[in-house]
Design a protein around this ligand. Structure first.
Ligand SMILES: Nc1ncnc2c1ncn2[C@@H]1O[C@H](COP(=O)(O)OP(=O)(O)OP(=O)(O)O)[C@@H](O)[C@H]1O
Ligand SMILES: [Mg+2]
Length: 337
């Protein structure tokens, strides 16, 4: 009998996630007074949009490779341990000697309202075009990863020149960008035509377009305007109200758009809204990798966001594709089989 050598199996597609990885420290004191030592609660959890999305993707069963910098301090060690434990591949992340890990510290008073916050994101400045060019020299692991990734997921914590360096590189996989904040969203403004999928919220859209977004109709107009600037698909989230979307990538069609209301969640079940947008984006990427149309990917992403709202941290440890599918009986997602 002839010996048939099976063709080597091609490695599963992976997502290359580049951007912010930080530690979030949240202090809450019900009777906060300045210049006092206030009794309260202090919680510390991994954060950073890119890191959060990478963790969510790993929990959804994908190989997520994170390109981010951390310091060689205890916060950096904590971040690396937690992120690796969630299943994220950190082989392309780098520990920078003598640097402080990016940290976000917020102080909350009566009713949980934020009184003030300090962010120490100075390490992001080191992730510049010179660092990228050196790390991505021909034949290097980062060069290969940039060429071979099915999806790039970038966040606007990256410097504007680093975003430009990446997005002006030759096209390989799908390019997704999260706008992160109104202040940082403008970094992607000159690069919108290089982006396949943009996730942003109302404040970020206002900063990018220089005009108020307002209600659902305004969000829809803003999503369409961003597609008009060359972005393939735009997902503009409005918190509990839902998501406006515009899609110029639907095969053979003129751009389509719509508004997807958020699934109703009892207010009492909402523990913390930060990280919901990152879960939504991870779900969108999951859907794109599965080849689903944007609307189906959105429903899945909204399921991921709804689950994530129900924990204090920015990531839900119980996130999985099966958990989301099980919660989506009323709005079935196409099978990947
Ligand atoms: N209070 C809420 N009730 C119900 N659903 C919510 C609520 N807040 C957020 N969501 C869901 O999460 C999605 C993303 O939320 P949001 O618009 O707040 O994103 P974001 O501002 O990017 O959040 P993030 O803080 O993670 O950056 C929404 O589209 C919605 O599906
Ligand atoms: Mg967000």
């Amino acid at each position: 009998m002839p010996l048939v050598t099976p063709a080597p199996a091609s490695p599963p597609p992976f997502v290359l996630v580049l951007g912010g990885a930080n530690l979030d420290i949240v202090a809450a004191a019900p009777a906060l007074r300045s210049a006092e030592s206030n009794p309260g609660r202090i919680r510390c959890a991994p954060g950073g949009v890119a890191r959060n999305v990478a963790e969510n993707l790993a929990r959804l069963g994908h190989r997520a490779r994170l390109v981010a910098l951390v310091g060689d301090d205890p916060f950096g060690a904590l971040l690396r341990d937690a992120t690796a434990a969630a299943g994220v591949d950190l082989s392309l992340a780098q520990v920078v000697a003598g640097a402080s890990t990016c940290t976000y510290l917020s102080l909350h008073g009566v009713g949980g309202d934020m009184a003030t916050a300090v962010n120490d994101m100075g390490l992001m400045d080191r992730l510049d075009p010179a660092w990228l060019a050196a790390q991505a020299a021909p034949g290097s692991p980062l060069a290969e990863a940039l060429d071979e990734a099915a999806v790039w997921m970038l966040d606007c914590n990256l410097r504007a020149d680093a975003l430009a360096w990446l997005l002006q590189r030759e096209r390989c996989g799908l390019r997704c960008v999260d706008a992160v904040s109104a202040h940082k969203a403008v970094r992607v403004a000159p690069l919108l035509a290089q982006v396949d999928l943009l996730k942003l919220n109302g404040f970020e859209a206002e900063a990018l377009l220089g005009a108020p977004v307002g209600d659902e109709a305004g969000a829809l107009a803003a999503a369409r305007a961003l597609v008009g600037r060359g972005t393939g698909q735009v997902v503009l989230s409005l918190g509990a109200r839902g998501v406006a979307w515009a899609d110029a990538m639907a095969h053979g069609d003129a751009p389509r758009s719509g508004f997807a209301p958020a699934p109703a969640i009892p207010a009492a079940a909402v523990r913390n809204t930060s990280g919901a947008g990152d879960a939504l984006l991870a779900g969108l990427v999951h859907g794109r990798l599965a080849g689903w149309p944007l609307e189906a990917a959105l429903r899945f992403g909204q399921g991921c966001a709804a689950l994530t709202l129900q924990v204090d941290a920015a990531n839900h440890p119980g996130l999985s594709a099966a958990a989301i599918q099980a919660g989506l009986v009323a709005v079935p997602v196409p099978s990947t089989a």
